[in-house]
Design a protein around this ligand. Sequence first.
Ligand code: ZN
Ligand code: MN
Length: 476
Amino acid sequence: MGMRPKIGLEVHAQLLTDSKMFCGCSTRFGETANSQCCPVCSGVPGTLPVANRKAVELVIRTGLALGCEVAERCRFARKNYFYPDMPKNYQISQYEEPLTYDGRIDVDVDGDTHRIRIRRVHLEEDTGKNFHLPDGTSLVEYNRAGTPLMEIVTEPDFSSAEQVRAYLTSLREIVRYIGVASGNMEEGAMRCEPTVNIVDDETGERTECVEIKNLASIRGVYEAVKYEVRRQRRAVEDGEPIRQETRRWSEEKQETQLMRTKESAGDYMYFPDPDLLPMVPAAEWDIDKIRQSLPELPDALRARFMNDYGLPEYDAGVLTASKAMADYFEEVVGLCNDAKAASNWVMGDLSRMLNSAGLGIEASPVSPAGIAELLGLVQAGKITGKIAKDVFETMFETGQAAATIVESGGLEVVGGEDELGPIIDQVIAENAAAVADYREGKKKAKGALVGGVMKLTKGQADPQQVNRLIDEKLLS
Ligand code: ZN
Ligand code: MN
């Protein structure tokens, strides 16, 4: 059966503003219930909304990063429906005139690049939150009501759950890079609703669109889309109809379940909000200035890391996972001039220590200059790579500089013939069997000799030098 999945995606992301969309209330997360609301965001009749300038700017910023056009003129609309978490009985959103439109994200899946068109990025307000208690009562919390929210809507351009996952990963990375949203799905700061149906391109046969809600992670979205495609395929095979409906994802049962038959745009009776003036972004905001203030985006950064520093694709991917990590890496390279070594340290020892300490790279106790100094000691042959790892751990734990730790611990390389010579002689004398084997051409026997020297020097000898000196003594 040649039915192909056709998937579209709506993403809502809370914007990183200090105050709400249409009033001055704080957006801080986790405060006492209903302590951050006022007559405007709790919908008291007769109050008037005033748009948050910063929120508008952050949506323009996002639109530009996604290659969108910025509208010359746009308006807020009322989306009418009743639900206890929305005391006005309408949500202020944008309908026919979004702030930005016509963008794209290119996703790579299994070596193929797919262009996902972005229909619009618009601005709206978040709703409050209902809590349903076990005893049957419900509570309403308005702290979140009126939080600035942007909605990013794609065309139905995805044909697999893998593409959806790649898109979300990329989108979340971009909003974090440009500093407009936290993208934390676990906190509800980013929420996605995929719409799934399957179509037969030849016959035009298609199922109705099904929207899935209640997804709390990118993994959840991926599993839900996969499940829903399977469910619809099976229904078509069995000759059962797929209705247009909204389904929820059950994390527990790993299945989508019917929530309600889907409402359509007409049900919301959208109309322009008469309390808010139309906006003219180009005249009011300096669009070019916002464009120029955008940082290099992750894809471009990855390409540059591979081209300019000759890094493998894997390294470039890991190092650009966050802007903070990419910046940290570039600072180290700028100071030490050895990109691969810098990459190994940042991806390896530094990341390992940060993970076990539960710290982000922004809070690293070792600065880029500190790592560069340590690398310099290795490059100059002052300490061995193995000792450097121990020094690094001490730097991380105590905040001391590499040179200080090396000096006070007497950790410099034991080197030169006069220092190493007698030690090697001792090892040769104590390992007659290995010496004989090595002289007979058993290369492996050398390991015991090098190991013996490293043990006596507490790992402070340069292994290459030790190797060379052993050969000089035994093979010449
Ligand atoms: Zn308020
Ligand atoms: Mn919305």
